[in-house]
Design a protein around this ligand. Structure first.
Ligand SMILES: O=C(O)CCC(=O)C(=O)O
Ligand SMILES: [Fe+2]
Length: 305
């Protein structure tokens, strides 16, 4: 049986370092791509009638939930969002969720709404000056305060030092995000799911998220729901200890991962954000941000009932 600590072997770290390396591009042959691979997995078509209004979801009748045999408890939904739906949620993550009463890594600057406005002003400047050069646009993005945004917490604010959620540190969870999380929770048989906390992670090419488990929630049975937009990423998921060699999964914009049962407490990480060619300059602030970044909404239920 697996224990929480099985000696000092850290096979997770080896795989993490392999995909993180900059010296040469890793080989992606063994990375699971749910868009093209359908062997050795359960495929569930789950009815979701009555749920989809205003949520930006593509399917009005059912969701296809993929559950690979090799990762017990993990469910994957290939981008269920419309193009407009992706824009809507990305806009919320950039314009709305970083404002008070959220907490962010860039503190009070964001509270005054200046960061986003400043970025919009720069992009409007591109349009009027016809700054049609991708390199130039990326340069401006990198020097904008928005580039420093790394995380936002919603609802029960995750305390990064104590790793404890407290009733003294909680704000209203966005109801529309709870509604969206509930669609995905229902699709894996958890219709009573109540989203009470979320970490929104912002990544750029070169950013990583180290191997960890999420176990601060009082309720360790309710699934973790993870929704991503923007650049693709490699996601690693292992077992209850770091000795288990993790599997690599390709996540694209709009993809949803639900970690329940055994995978709820499994080690996971993001070793690499994949760069994409930006063919043409962008003149929309959120489109330009997303052409060079990845946003992940990581949603949790904290309480037991
Ligand atoms: O960015 C991701 O895909 C995962 C984020 C995550 O694991 C977390 O926020 O705990
Ligand atoms: Fe996590």
């Amino acid at each position: 049986m697996e224990t929480a600590n099985s000696g000092d072997v850290d096979n997770f770290k080896t795989v993490f370092k392999y995909f993180k390396q900059k010296a040469q591009a890793p080989c992606y042959r063994d990375v699971i791509d749910f868009q093209t691979q359908r062997n050795n997995m359960t495929i569930n078509k789950v009815p979701i009638e009555g749920f989809c209004n205003d949520m930006g979801l593509r399917f009005s009748k059912s969701l296809t939930v993929l559950q690979p045999d090799s990762i017990p408890g993990l469910s994957f939904i290939c981008n269920p969002f419309t193009e407009e739906g992706q824009q809507l949620w990305s806009k919320r993550c950039l314009e709305m969720y970083p404002l008070q009463p959220s907490k962010t890594n860039i503190g009070d600057v964001t509270h005054s709404n200046d960061v986003w406005k400043n970025w919009c002003k720069s992009v409007n400047g591109f349009a009027s000056s016809k700054l049609g050069n991708n390199k130039g646009q990326l340069q401006v993005l990198k020097s904008s305060p928005i580039w420093k945004l790394r995380w936002v917490t919603l609802g029960y604010h995750h305390n990064w030092d104590t790793k404890v959620y407290s009733d003294d540190n909680v704000s209203l969870f966005p109801p529309e995000l709870n509604q969206l999380a509930n669609v995905f929770a229902t699709a894996v048989g958890e219709p009573k799911y109540n989203a009470e906390a979320a970490i929104i992670n912002y990544y750029h090419v070169g950013s990583t998220l180290s191997p960890h488990t999420d176990h601060s929630e009082k309720n360790l049975k309710a699934p973790l729901i993870s929704i991503s937009f923007g650049l693709p990423a490699i996601f690693l998921i292992g077992g209850l200890n770091k000795a288990q060699t993790p599997q690599a999964i390709l996540i694209r914009s709009g993809d949803v991962i639900i970690m329940s049962e055994k995978s709820r407490l499994s080690y996971h990480a993001v070793p690499r954000i994949l760069e994409c060619d930006v063919e043409k300059p962008r003149y929309d602030p959120k489109e330009l941000f997303l052409a060079h970044s990845r946003i992940n909404m990581n949603i949790r239920q904290v309480l037991t009932s």
